[in-house]
Design a protein around this ligand. Sequence first.
Ligand code: PRP
Length: 216
Amino acid sequence: MEYLTVALPKGKLFKISADLLAKADIYAEGLTEKSRKLVITNEEKKVNFIVAKTADVPTYVEYGAADIGIIGKDVLAETEKDVYELMDLGFGKCHLMMAVPGDKRREKLTDWAHTRVATKFPHIAEKFFNRHGMQMEYIKMNGSIELGPIVGLSESIVDIVETGTTLKENNLTEIARIMDASARLIVNRASFKLKFDRIDKLTRDLRKILEREGTP
Ligand code: PRP
């Protein structure tokens, strides 16, 4: 059997992803996101894990450095990488939206045209605003997006909402829903053909586990 290399994102999806794969017999001893060792191997099961920064997971998979990966649909859509999206794993549910300070609402979405929007997702944001015929100024940030309007960096944000707590605590109000997201299993195009049997078995096993146990 050939090795299967799996890219997993550090952060919120890491543990759920690793636990789910372990149930499908894809695991390695010492696999934690804190590990200093970035490739972790299980020789007996012929599995390598790459522990990657979230935004890099689709890149590893596109170039075949990893055969498969687990990544949020938001990041996948933003990076626009050429990979197969094989399965919606159901967990990590969230949505991307536009929010503005609660006390600065305007009548229509298009009233925000030509203002500055802070976001980690400039490609998704631009597609969304283009669909509404709105030209915007995009300010690419790497985290704590909610700070944007508070410190006067931008008029609005495009960001992820999970529970809504962050918006609330920063007095921001959602004014437009852009897309829903959840964790996806992605596969390198060549690996899907070359390692079809193994990847196909894995997806069937994952489906069974999710059906039996529900979304983790
Ligand atoms: C995400 C997102 C929001 C928060 C939303 O940030 O950017 O800040 O989660 O979650 P909530 O609706 O449950 O409050 P993340 O924790 O991924 O970190 P980041 O700020 O570094 O992007």
